[in-house]
Design a binder for this molecule. Structure first.
Ligand code: SAM
Length: 225
């Protein structure tokens, strides 16, 4: 039997969003590769599934990647999950998926188990055109930041990107300078207790956030030019 790697999407907050197929897949594999074993251990405990958890994150060594490739080559069935959402979308899952694709694509099966994704969830309630959109991951921290906001400014499609609590205000301020009064939607803590959707210009949303809370995880959606 060829090895199988299941790319399993997990909730972005609300555990009720786990799919039946994600559960049965996690229950059926030989081991689960995860970004943070503590986060995945909690999920597995809620699901009542006991499996070997193998940590795989952005600092994992090449040796670790090779060991995983070897297991797949030997016919193992593995699942890849990350801390939240769809593995590979702006998270460390992408590295392993790339390595498997480059070295083993003709020898093993890679199977997506679709589910939650923070960008898609926010786009779905944005009210902006979503027949085409540009996904930009996280803004760069230093170099290329100006270029990033120029791309957003010039986007003829709805643009969407991620931001953390540490940089949200700085990012919204820079976004405001770039796009002025163009409308945006910000999703904070989606599917969680403090889920909040902010709408307005970047300057208005900054004020709303400062007067409520800047804690949590954010997705920013910008109307097209
Ligand atoms: N792979 C994930 C996905 O499918 O959405 C994204 C992983 S990325 C490392 C983490 C970022 O996604 C966070 O910094 C935040 O911008 C966004 N994010 C994840 N969960 C979120 C949530 N519940 N509400 C808002 N944004 C979220």
């Amino acid at each position: 039997m060829p090895g199988q790697l299941f790319i399993v999407a997990t909730p972005i907050g609300n555990l009720g969003d786990i799919s039946e197929r994600a559960k049965s897949t996690l229950a059926s594999v030989d081991a689960v590769l995860c970004e943070d074993t503590r986060v995945t251990a909690k999920l597995m405990s809620v699901l009542g599934i006991k499996k070997t958890l193998i940590s795989y994150h952005q600092h994992s060594s090449l040796k670790k990647t090779d060991e995983i490739l070897q297991r797949l080559n030997n016919g193992d069935k593995l699942a890849l999950v990350t801390d939240a959402g769809t593995p590979g979308i702006s998270d460390p899952g992408g590295r392993l998926i790339e390595a498997v694709n480059a070295k083993l694509h003709d020898r093993i099966e890679m199977i997506p188990i679709p589910g939650p994704n923070a960008a898609i969830a926010t786009l779905s309630i944005s009210g902006f055109p979503t027949d085409k959109f540009t996904f930009l991951g996280f803004p760069p921290h230093k170099k290329k930041r100006t270029e990033f906001f120029t791309i957003v400014k010039n986007s003829v499609w709805t643009a969407v990107f991620y931001e953390s609590t540490h940089r949200i205000i700085k990012t919204l301020e820079q976004l405001s300078e770039a796009i002025g009064d163009r409308p945006i939607v910000v999703g904070r803590e989606l599917t969680k207790l403090h889920e909040t959707i902010y709408r307005g210009t970047a300057a208005e949303v900054t004020k709303q956030l400062e007067s409520t809370s800047i804690k949590g995880e954010f997705v920013i959606v910008i109307a097209p030019k």
